[in-house]
Design a protein around this ligand. Structure first.
Ligand code: ADP
Ligand code: ADP
Length: 227
């Protein structure tokens, strides 16, 4: 489903310097798999996710999604960022419905679809609130609902729970797991929290501090039914 083959990415600074964030990385993610990418800050995790999202372009190597070369953003892939993902001037409902509006879905239908997702993340009572009226956990729930509303095949999650306190994070783990069991989306989940990676994923990839090298890879023995 996602095939990353020999991908390298070097950032060139205006001052003439350069930094290699990914050096010949290869990786395959199966349809419906929940893969966590773990590693210290600066090892290239976000760069890899942004390449899959089509927000950055690789210098060499290639990325295929469902056999199609991935050269830019597409409706099959949606990113959930750590924070600042919601438009502050829109209510939760309008935030979640935003992508559907862009797609040309009529008001009644998009609001019904958005409400369905808002309900699935337990925010029904907050649909008419603005982001600043929500707690951190609620903002991330709304961001997840917004991603789900587009019904993408792939969810790309870049440290979505890193800014939350431990208790809220545990609740969100449970909710994300429920979402995954219900929708079987393919998920690439970036974190530097080992516990989180092991709890949530089918497979954990560990990136090395050396530019973009995947150092270790292990399957998680799931404590719950997976099929
Ligand atoms: P991680 O997500 O693992 O913390 P990133 O992928 O964000 O790592 O960054 C990898 C390295 O690439 C870092 O050293 C970072 O400073 C550098 N980098 C990332 N984005 C840019 C950019 N747009 N311009 C220059 N350097 C960048
Ligand atoms: P977080 O750790 O997610 O930031 P908070 O401590 O801000 O959570 O909020 C804890 C709980 O209080 C939330 O899960 C939510 O139920 C409730 N809450 C927070 N902000 C509001 C608000 N503006 N209106 C109503 N309830 C809220």
């Amino acid at each position: 489903m996602i095939e990353i083959a020999n991908v390298s990415k070097t950032f060139h600074q205006r001052t003439g310097g350069s930094f290699t964030a990914l050096d010949n990385v290869s990786l395959t993610i199966q349809k419906g798999e929940f893969v966590s990418l773990l590693g210290p800050s600066g090892c290239g995790k976000s760069t890899l996710l942004n390449l899959v999202a089509g927000l950055e372009t690789a210098e060499s190597g290639n990325i295929h999604v469902n056999g199609k070369a991935c050269t830019g953003p597409g409706p099959d892939r949606v990113v959930v960022f750590q924070e600042h993902a919601l438009f502050p001037w829109l209510t939760v409902l309008d935030n979640v419905a935003f992508g559907l509006k862009q797609k040309g879905v009529g008001k009644k239908e998009r609001e019904a679809l958005a409400m369905e997702q808002i309900k699935s993340v337990h925010l029904s009572k907050f649909a008419d609130r603005y982001p600043h009226e929500l707690s951190g956990g609620m903002k991330q729930r709304a961001a997840i609902a917004r991603a789900l509303a587009m019904d993408p095949e792939i969810l790309l999650m870049d440290e979505p729970f890193a800014a939350l306190d431990e208790q809220t994070r545990l609740v969100l783990h449970k909710e994300l797991e429920e979402i995954w069991l219900r929708t079987r989306k393919t998920i690439l989940f970036i974190t530097h929290n080992i516990r989180e990676a092991v709890i949530l994923s089918d497979r954990v990839l560990v990136m090395s501090t050396r530019p973009g090298k995947i150092k270790k890879e292990f399957l998680v023995q799931a404590a719950r039914p997976r099929d």
